[in-house]
Design a protein around this ligand. Structure first.
Ligand code: 5AD
Ligand code: SF4
Length: 583
């Protein structure tokens, strides 16, 4: 028998129920859980006794169970009904301490909090001290080879911790969560025998069960991707009570299939969270006093809530001019402009940002809204990836350099003073020196305020892996990357210089890391602003002198800049509505 035995199980009930293939890896030739033989589908046994069909049916969920869940999918018990091979007690955390470590993008930071929310409800405790952990979970990234290498190295360190563990303590369990679990699946379990559990990005609800299985010394995995999982009902736990800002996940997955990108394979198909549940989360965050919300997703502006039939009558929005998609046009649903409009109305003192968008989904209604609404930050991430139309075509980005530049002009006309950022990849398959120079010239032409630049890293499964040749030598990729970074910095410094002498609205985050006498916050464009911690006037209480606290809005006059930071002196404490900060 193959050591990997698949057991088919309904993961959760209800109209959106998905069915998951759960992989149990056993040390023995026969699949077993908790010392009890776990039979394959169709040959069910319990305590060695074959039960007849009608008695098994009587013990299963009733028709009412399905109806109840169908009527109210939000109402789920904290500890789900245990599968037949586990007791409620085994499924609970029993005060075990979990140490979570996050790698990669902002989505993973959010996923970490979702995973923690699930485990907390199940009776686990969280620790920030690796030494006292009973469970160590790494939330991983696969986007580039280097990201995965970091995880392998970390696993080797953790191996030592596991081996040295005192016998008097419960055995240490180690889990790999997120994209790397999804990409490599059982390869991780085979390569690193000390990994106990694997959970892909859509399997975090299953963590208590996976850990319960691991308790018995077996490896457990759930790497099923879902078509509908958005964790809409799992409120991520705010880890820092003093935090001024939070991320709110609005959609997951990606349908774009850019030829270099592993994300559609690790995070699955694009799906949006219902608007109502997003608004509820934003309202709660506003009540907690948070001052900034960043809407999060792989393609936030492709948002499309089709969760209710009547949403499909909504007026459809267009793609940006000159942009196309790799997939069949989608119709209906509540779109990003609708969401942004409603989210920004929740609290006029709450700043709204969003990341990461795709340039194809910037219709005029989105741009107008950003322009008109005071609390939507005038900051747009516009990932270009390359400045060469030839390379963009090979990347299957769905636009040419010309269409992209036209969009940049249109955005700048629609939202005066907008700050732009971008992602670029150096050394993609077939990129010539001439292509590279076109990227350099795009950086000069657009003059971004922020940039994220990477050397191309070939990923298995992607279209580029199957159809193109990774033919730019490593040293050339790195040299081109260096050149892009240098040009980006020169241009960003010039762009930021334009703010010297201006008064900007800054949301205070706390003390500056570099100096105890300075405070640090962010301007509307999301750039860091440093200023001395001094007393100032409060616009709402004239005559009262105050010191800025995290979560306050202050006006800062900018006196100097670099490519990444602005410095200035603080003028007064204000509110978002009262500020007329832009020069
Ligand atoms: N190699 C290098 N960079 C990549 N990115 C995505 N896939 C790859 C890859 N295979 C970059 C893109 C994307 C950002 C999140 O990561 O620029 O926008
Ligand atoms: Fe990857 Fe392209 Fe989707 Fe972004 S849009 S996650 S780069 S496939």
């Amino acid at each position: 028998m193959h050591p990997l035995q698949c057991v088919l199980q309904a993961q959760r009930w209800g109209p959106l129920a998905s069915v998951s293939w759960l992989l149990f890896r056993t040390c023995r030739a026969q699949s077993s859980v908790h010392g009890t033989t776990y039979p394959g589908p169709g040959r069910q046994q319990e305590n060695g006794v074959q039960k007849d069909f009608s008695s098994r049916l009587a013990a299963g969920p009733t028709f009412q169970h399905f109806l109840r869940s169908a009527l109210d999918p939000q109402e789920k018990p904290d500890v789900e009904d245990p599968p037949p091979y586990l007791t409620v007690d085994e499924l609970s955390g029993r005060q075990r301490k979990v140490y979570l470590e996050t790698y990669g993008c902002q989505m993973n930071v959010n996923d970490t909090e979702i995973a923690w929310s699930v485990l907390q409800k199940s009776g686990y405790l969280r620790t920030r001290n690796l030494q006292e952990a009973d469970v160590i979970l790494l939330v991983t990234c696969s986007i580039r080879e280097k990201a995965e290498q970091t995880i392998w190295n970390r696993l080797h360190q953790l191996k030592a911790l596991k081996t040295k563990r005192l016998r008097s303590r419960v055995p240490l369990r180690i889990g790999i969560l997120g994209c790397m679990a999804e990409r490599l699946k059982e390869e991780i379990l085979n390569r690193e025998k000390m990994v106990d559990i694997l959970a892909g990005p859509d399997a975090y609800r299953d963590l208590p069960r996976l850990l319960a299985v691991a308790e018995s010394g077996q490896q457990a995995a759930n790497v099923l991707l879902s078509l509908d999982e958005t964790y809409a009902d799992v409120m991520p736990v705010q880890t820092s009570p003093s935090a001024t800002s939070a991320f709110v996940s609005i959609m997951r997955g990606c349908d774009n299939m850019c030829s270099y990108c592993i994300v559609p394979f690790t995070r699955g198909r694009e799906r949006s969270r219902p608007v109502a549940s997003i608004l509820e989360e934003v309202r709660k965050l506003s009540e907690q006093g948070l001052k900034e919300v960043t809407l999060l997703g792989q393609n936030v502006n492709s948002f499309r809530d089709s969760s209710e039939v009547q949403f499909n009558n909504a007026v459809s929005t267009n793609l940006s001019r000159g942009f196309s998609t790799n997939y069949k046009p989608k119709q209906g649903g509540l779109r990003f402009a609708y969401l942004l409009d409603h989210v920004s109305r929740v609290d006029p003192e709450m700043r709204i940002r969003f990341t990461s968008p795709h340039p194809k989904d910037f219709p005029d209604e989105v741009l107008q809204l950003i322009h008109e609404r005071d609390n939507i930050c005038k900051q747009i991430h516009l990932p270009a990836q390359s400045g060469s139309s030839r390379v963009l075509e090979a990347m299957r980005r769905g636009y040419s350099r010309e269409a992209y530049v036209e969009l940049v002009h249109h955005i700048r006309e629609s939202i005066p003073g907008v700050s732009l950022s971008s992602d670029f990849i150096a050394g993609f398959c077939g990129e010539t020196e001439e292509d590279h120079l076109q990227t350099v010239s795009l950086l000069r032409e657009v003059q971004y305020n922020m940039g994220f630049l990477f050397a191309y890293s070939m990923r298995q499964k992607t279209r580029a892996y199957h159809r193109l040749k990774d033919d730019v030598p490593e040293e050339v990729k790195l040299r081109r990357l260096e050149e892009l970074i240098t040009v980006f910095r020169e241009e960003a410094t010039k762009a930021n210089m334009a703010s010297v002498g201006c008064t900007q609205l800054v949301l205070v985050e706390g003390h500056s890391k570099r100096s105890a006498t300075d405070l640090c916050g962010r301007n509307d464009g999301n750039l860091k602003v440093i200023f001395p911690n001094v007393e100032m006037e409060d616009v709402s209480n004239s005559g009262v002198r105050v010191r800025a606290q995290p979560g306050d809005y202050v006006l800062v006059k900018i006196t100097s800049t670099s490519s990444q930071t602005l410095k200035g002196h603080v003028l007064c404490r204000t509110t978002l509505k009262d500020s007329s900060a832009y020069c």
